[in-house]
Every structure is written in C-alpha cells, then in structure tokens.
Design a binder for this molecule. Structure first.
Ligand SMILES: [Zn+2]
Length: 236
C-alpha cells in the first residue's frame, strides 16, 4: 500500500543517535519523539483502522442488545482513542535503540552487572489486552559494556509490540547477548496479564519468565546473585 502524502516518513532520515540516543521511530503513521510517539491521525492507514474499530464497536453493541449510544459525547471518539492507544502500545515495532557499546578492560568472569526493577507495559497478541510488570537484567561483561539506560530502552523496544511474555523475555536476552557478546546474560520478567485477570480464569496471578545464557545459566553462584539482586531491587 502506498503511503499518504500527509504522513511523516523519516525512514531515511539521519542516524539513530541523532535524537540524543533516544528511541527513533520510523513509520508512515508514527513519528519519533524522545519519550512518546506522535501519531499522524490524517494518514489513510490510521483512518482505516478507526473505521475498523467503529465497525467492531457497532457489532459489539449489537451483541449486547444495542443498548449503547455510540454517538454519545462519551463514545463518539472512542474508536479513534482506541486506535491511538493501540498504536502507542505498538511503537516498538518501529523503534531503533542506539546500542553503542564501550570497551571494558576488566574481563573477569564473575563481575555481575545488574539493572533491575524496570517497569514495562506490553500488549498480549492473543487478546489485544495489556500486560505489564517488571523486568530485571543481569550480565557478566566480556570486553564490552552498554550504557545502563539502554537496558530500559531495549525493554521498551520489545515490550511495545504484539507480544507474549515468553517471547518478550527471550528477545530482550537475545538482543543483549548479540550486541555485547558477554560471558553470560539473564533476563527475568514478572508480568500481570489483564487477559488473565479480566476474562477466562479471572485470576490476578503473576507470570514469571526467564532466559539465562552463558555463565548466568551454568554458574550456580552467579545465578543466585542474580536472584538475590532481583529480590533486593523490589524493595529499593
Ligand atoms: Zn492474552
């Protein structure tokens, strides 16, 4: 499909670090900004999505007996707000994070770096309902390290996509492992799923997923340190 002339396309613009290392989003509908994506509501794709959401609302209303006034002041723009919210929650599909690394001289195999208690919000691809929680990352550097804030950015990049928590955890772990080639890396995520809370089992249970690689998987002491840091950081 061709892009509308009114849309903002920065896919060929500048390098990913030009925004101070912030997220750079490149798309026809979402434009980049440091902390929050801007959505081009005049794009044909956006308007088509809103139209689709309106049809869904109308059919849902029919399913419940047509008792809802979809043209009321409260609901007139609900379809539009719904699409904007979803796009904001999917911006990670178009994000690039500057993963510039720094050299590190100390190459001991037991110096753990831990970055924890990073909140995330994501969208369950099975139900299109949010899940949210906390991410914890640890790695043992070999000869490269990454700026600490970049870990939160990597979490956001993968979280703001159509996701399941298991894949989200592995994608973050794989990305860090590829970029840093560390002695080991581990990611633990604790998530609460509104699709589990508001429907089906209607349970507020916590889902914990993990991916451990290298020494974080094979070295029991390091793995325990990681778990201890996770527990400690919950209370900081
Ligand atoms: Zn779900």
């Amino acid at each position: 499909m061709s892009s509308p002339s009114s849309s903002i396309d920065i896919s060929n613009s500048s390098d990913p670090t030009s925004n101070g290392g912030a997220f750079v989003v490149s798309t026809h509908v979402i434009s980049p900004s440091k902390n929050k994506s801007t959505i081009d509501t005049s794009s044909t794709h956006f308007r088509a999505a809103v139209q689709g959401a309106k049809i869904m609302l109308e059919n849902l209303n029919t399913c419940v007996g047509g008792v809802i006034d979809l043209e009321s002041e409260d609901m007139r723009d609900t379809a539009k707000r719904h699409v904007k919210a979803l796009l904001e929650m999917l911006a990670g599909h178009l994000m690039n994070v500057d993963m510039t690394t720094f050299a590190r001289a100390d190459t001991q195999e037991d110096n753990l770096v831990f970055v924890g208690a990073m909140p995330f919000k994501s969208l369950c691809k099975h139900h299109l309902l949010p899940f949210y929680g906390t991410a914890y990352i640890a790695y043992v550097p070999k000869d490269k390290i990454l700026g600490l804030s970049k870990f939160a950015r990597v979490v956001k990049k993968y979280a703001t996509r159509f996701q399941v928590q298991e894949d989200l955890t592995s994608q973050i772990c794989d990305d860090i492992n590829t970029v840093l080639e560390p002695h080991g890396v581990g990611v633990i995520m604790e998530g609460r799923h509104t699709c589990m809370l508001c429907r089906g089992a209607e349970s507020p249970g916590v889902t914990i997923t993990q991916d451990l690689k290298g020494v974080l998987k094979t070295n029991e002491i390091l793995r325990k340190e990681f778990m201890d840091h996770v527990k400690f950081s919950r209370h900081v």
